[in-house]
Design a protein around this ligand. Structure first.
Ligand SMILES: [Zn+2]
Length: 376
């Protein structure tokens, strides 16, 4: 048997701030090899975003059956300063275990493994897809793992991502989709001049204000049953003009759109681009789509996970698509994906902590999920 708390502690003790691995995958590999998994490890990419360590582990049962996979990450966001104790020295205080990654998501990875240890005999195939690049640019992580899986004939039928999805208490939220996200940078060149002679200048700030006024007034959609309406926010405006009597030479802005499955990142960029072209023909627009929206329609997988959550916690989970992006945006191209994990209250914060009782309950839930998904 594997103790979920001590395994979480061993993982927290590895300062695996993206893209550093700091021994985290070795801890995971050793634990999985000890319970009958075949472990594959490879690195992808180079500086500055890499190299990134990735791991795919798999165990096939005696009877035929589906391929169920847990997915997650071993990297963490930087600790920041001001912790009560060292962020990479796991400390139990009262009913809580403190350390960077306790909830996001070393605790869940430990629970995957502890649950797998409790179900040594299952039908089909049980796999773990673990990357060291989820909190970073995510270019050498899950995408590289998906390429590796395709090349090696690994095709999961269902995936559970262990991101911290619970909101107020363990079990209250399962994510069945996520909104997409796109960032855009607008640069409006003008013609610098004296404020008293505006006819000799071209004020880029005025053009930029018109652009931003128009794009923030557009109602992108009404949302739908599973998603809130898509939303655009201006995240930066910069002119940087120190003089009171000068019309500036350039104005810049940045915006972000979180969008639902009625939109695509590319179409949103074109909508903004059209406004920019009308108001400031010389302006440039650069865009980066971090992820498209996706939805796993409620069905077998969400029912199975929901039932396990309810059985262990007594809570009926809500199906949600809220929050930021996660690697489920990539994995959803392969098969149905849902996300369920610990409380998100302290993730990415100082003094990140997990309740010991929640680690045990999460292991119980994952165990039940494996038993049901890969029933013999
Ligand atoms: Zn995470």
């Amino acid at each position: 048997m594997i103790d979920v708390v001590s395994l979480t502690e061993r993982l927290i003790a590895c300062p695996s701030v993206t893209p550093a691995d700091a021994g985290a995958l070795a801890v995971i590999a050793e634990a999985l090899a000890g319970i009958g998994f075949t472990v594959h490890r490879f690195t992808d990419g180079g500086p500055p975003d890499g190299p990134v360590e990735n791991l795919f582990a798999t165990r096939t049962g005696a009877a035929p059956g589906p391929h169920f996979a847990f997915a997650g990450h071993s990297d963490v966001v930087p600790a920041g300063s001001g912790w009560q104790s060292d962020p990479f020295t796991p400390v139990r205080r009262g009913d809580l275990l403190y350390g960077r990654g306790a909830v996001d998501m070393k605790g869940a990875v430990a629970a995957f493994i502890a649950a797998a240890a409790r179900v040594p005999n299952h039908a089909g195939t049980l796999s773990l897809i673990i990357t060291g690049d989820e909190e970073g640019p995510a270019t050498h992580g899950t995408l590289a793992l998906m390429e590796w899986m395709a090349a090696n004939g690994q095709h999961p039928d269902m995936i559970l991502v262990g991101e911290p999805t619970s909101d107020r208490r363990l079990g209250d939220t399962i994510k069945i989709g996520r909104r997409g996200s796109v960032n855009m940078w607008i640069e409006v060149p003008g013609t610098q001049g004296h404020v008293a002679y505006p006819h000799l200048a071209d004020n880029p700030a005025t053009r930029l204000l018109r652009i931003l006024d128009r794009v923030t007034k557009v109602r992108l959609d009404e949302g739908n049953r599973w998603f809130q309406p898509s939303n655009l926010e201006v995240t930066d405006i910069a002119v940087g003009n120190p003089a009171t009597n000068v019309i500036p030479a350039e104005a810049r802005a940045r915006l972000n759109i979180r969008f639902n499955d009625e939109q695509t990142g590319a179409a949103l960029v074109e909508r903004v681009r059209a406004v920019v072209a009308e108001e400031a023909p010389r302006a440039t627009l650069t865009a980066k789509i971090s992820g498209e929206a996706f939805l796993t329609e409620p069905g077998l997988l969400s029912t199975l996970v929901g039932a396990a959550v309810e059985r262990v916690t007594g809570v009926t989970p809500a199906l949600s698509t809220s929050g930021g992006t996660s690697d489920a945006r990539f994995l959803s191209r392969l098969c149905p994906v849902v996300e369920f994990g610990l409380l998100n209250a302290t993730m990415h914060k100082l003094d990140e902590a997990v309740a010991l009782a929640d680690l045990h309950a999460l292991t119980d839930i994952y165990e039940r999920v494996v038993r049901t998904a890969l029933e013999r």
